[in-house]
Design a protein around this ligand. Sequence first.
Ligand SMILES: NC(=O)c1ccc[n+]([C@@H]2O[C@H](COP(=O)([O-])OP(=O)(O)OC[C@H]3O[C@@H](n4cnc5c(N)ncnc54)[C@H](OP(=O)(O)O)[C@@H]3O)[C@@H](O)[C@H]2O)c1
Length: 377
Amino acid sequence: MSVTGSAPQAGREADDRRFMAAAIRFSRRHQGLTGTNPSVACLIVRDDGAGPRVVGRAVTAIGGRPHAEPQALEEAGDAARGATAYVTLEPCAHHGRTPPCADALIAYGVTRVVGAASDPDPRVSGKGYAMLRAAGIEVVENVLAEDAADLLRGYLTRSTKKRPEVILKLALSADGKIGAKGQGQVRITEEIARRQVHLMRSEADAILIGINTALADNPSLTCRLPGLERRSPLRIVLDRHMRLPLDCELVRSARQVPLLVTAASDASAESRAALAEAGVQFLAVEAINDHIAIPELLDDLAARGVSTLMVEGGAYTASEFLKEDLVDRLCLFVGRSEIGETGIASPVDPDHIPAGFGKLREARYGDDLYLEFVKAG
Ligand SMILES: NC(=O)c1ccc[n+]([C@@H]2O[C@H](COP(=O)([O-])OP(=O)(O)OC[C@H]3O[C@@H](n4cnc5c(N)ncnc54)[C@H](OP(=O)(O)O)[C@@H]3O)[C@@H](O)[C@H]2O)c1
């Protein structure tokens, strides 16, 4: 039985968008927790005449397996027969460690599959839908595809560009400054905006800062929202000369939350040994004219399974990523107060957004303004 039976086309399309929107929201649940696999959601919906109802739902398991479809189908059991499956990414078609999800959808007898984003993985692209159609299943593609792709951007970027999606997040004062010279951490935004940043951290695979930020602000870069503390991502510091002090928050927490320091081959062996003793790990980097080669660094992070990298400053580090055209998403939190002449100018502000970025969303967090821009393509 189809989800909407003989309902008119418009009602059916509205149902498809409604259930896909719910699936997309649900897919956020394991964002940042699914390793190299994307966090995908699947809803199994059936209508026995009294209106559509969800009989199975799942999101990719922590670690990346099992995928969402077999879990949702298992929950639905016999109720999957004749139902519609909503999937936020095209179902996989290849035999990996587990059978393809397209096979599972066929075996459970769903009669309709509604998909959102397409998978750029050549083993899947178009093949999952083709398998379903060959089995006589009705397939509707691209429902809320852009919304789904927005949440899958890390996976999609890593698949197509072989590097993580780079999210540059900065807090700006009303006069476009990100801090004040020699004053350490300056309070720019209020509590609600800061909590939002912690939520973003919980969904990222890694956070990166420059060494001057580590020295000036002594941040811990963890997610400290109640209940989400275990979702702190990998932390990375660009620190060629190993100036990171042993008693800073980042090093002190290195045994609980992984900390990776970029290390030039000529950095002090003594500092390296002391940091290693404290639990710090190292990533060998190439430095050309004293510059760490950011594209190569991103290649290495992608190879380690990092799909989403949040760059949290400072000004120098942010401009290095911008100069290389390696920022995909700009997240600006703008506070109400001004810092004035002692301030450190931000390399980007709402009036100077680099070419190629379009505004995706704008929000208010308490008194602070939030602006998010994404690069096309
Ligand atoms: N409001 C915000 O959102 C925000 C966020 C973060 C920081 N901040 C503020 O920003 C200030 C620090 O910013 P900053 O611009 O001085 O420093 P930064 O960007 O934190 O660190 C710069 C240093 O990182 C290393 N580095 C970065 N990119 C590199 C590359 N491609 N190659 C080699 N080394 C690289 C270099 O250190 P070595 O040469 O020693 O290796 C460089 O001197 C602080 O006042 C902090 O409070 C504000």
